[in-house]
Design a protein around this ligand. Structure first.
Ligand SMILES: Nc1nc2c(ncn2[C@@H]2O[C@H](COP(=O)(O)OP(=O)(O)OP(=O)(O)O)[C@@H](O)[C@H]2O)c(=O)[nH]1
Ligand SMILES: [Mg+2]
Ligand SMILES: [Zn+2]
Length: 294
């Protein structure tokens, strides 16, 4: 039960520690009570109005799921209660090592399905990049080439009636994609060189947009790193679909799939059955997690 002064709302944009909350068809500019953060885009919240078009978020209601990243110092919440994560990548600018795999791991760990969007299919470099990414289809991730500039229609059927969140490095074209799908969005975009030279990302806030064909799309600022300090060993292992079919085949039941003798994962890496680069990502994630002890 809500106290009479509280109303239910939904967070539709996050600007640092300020939040835009939709309440009964209106939008309130909100802060959280005290210094606590911990509010994500698309969170359901209880708010108390404090003035015309302003309010305070009193509580976050229980979430279906939460996509987030974490480094040594803090957690960064990306979005809550989403149906799918769209990991946006492109051949140009050169993708940052591990960002795609780490985004997929975060989605798996949060129990959210992930799709890989290969943007900029109008560029000649993209064909070879798609070839490189083809093995991800076998892992169960739909691979959807599009051009946010020329043609986004292959993506539309995947979006209807779902809440999707875009993640990826700066310059991959997330906001360009939003503008192609949501005519009135007018999200800021920038030439990659401009954005990178200025040492900043073009999009600096997270925002939810309503899609004309039904469904919603969340744009977020580009990231350079995807820290996963919050994951335990068993969660990390479970986030690699290629390990699942090898379950129970290692000599030791608590095998960490590193240097242990009789490791079925390692054997599959050596035989080329699973992608060596992803095994390296796995090792790096383990190494970062101090409590796992390396
Ligand atoms: N050739 C080509 N360029 C594209 C395409 N989509 C986006 N771009 C360009 O890529 C650059 C970056 O696009 P943005 O949409 O700002 O990228 P972003 O992922 O939102 O970047 P951040 O907000 O910094 O995270 C812009 O110059 C876009 O015009 C595409 O399909 N083809
Ligand atoms: Mg952007
Ligand atoms: Zn093993």
């Amino acid at each position: 039960m809500l106290p009479v002064t509280e109303r239910l709302g939904r967070v539709i944009a996050v600007y640092g520690r300020r939040y835009r909350v939709a309440v009964d068809g209106r939008e309130l500019d909100c802060v959280t009570r005290g210094k606590k953060g911990g509010v994500a885009c698309n969170d359901r919240v209880a708010v108390r109005e404090t003035g015309t078009d302003s309010g305070v978020i009193e509580r976050v209601l229980p979430r279906d799921n939460l996509l987030w990243r974490s480094d040594e110092h803090r957690a960064k919440l990306l979005a809550a209660n989403v149906d799918q994560v769209l990991v946006v990548t492109a051949a140009i600018p050169t993708p940052r090592a591990q960002l795609l795999d780490r985004s997929l791991v975060a989605a798996e760990a949060a129990g959210i399905r992930a799709l890989i969007i290969v943007n900029k299919s109008d560029l000649p470099e993209t064909a070879a990049y798609i070839q490189r990414l083809n093995p991800y289809r076998e892992l169960g991730y739909p691979l959807i080439p599009i051009s946010a500039r020329m043609d986004v229609s292959p993506l539309k059927p995947w979006l209807a009636d779902r809440v999707s969140v875009l993640v990826g490095a700066s310059g991959m074209g997330k906001s360009t994609l939003v503008n192609a799908l949501v005519p009135q969005a007018q999200a800021a975009t920038a030439e990659t060189s401009e954005a990178l030279d200025a040492g900043r990302h073009t999009t600096t806030h997270t925002q939810l947009y309503r899609l004309p064909g039904g469904g919603e799309l969340i744009d977020s600022p580009g990231m350079q790193e995807f820290g996963l300090r919050h994951l335990r060993l068993d969660e990390i292992q479970a986030a690699f679909p290629e390990y699942r079919r090898l379950a129970g085949q290692c000599r030791f039941h608590d095998c960490r799939h590193l240097q242990e003798p009789g490791c079925a994962v390692r054997a599959a890496v050596e035989s080329g059955e699973i992608m060596r680069e992803r095994w390296w990502v796995y090792q790096d994630i383990l190494r970062e997690n101090a409590q796992i002890g390396h």
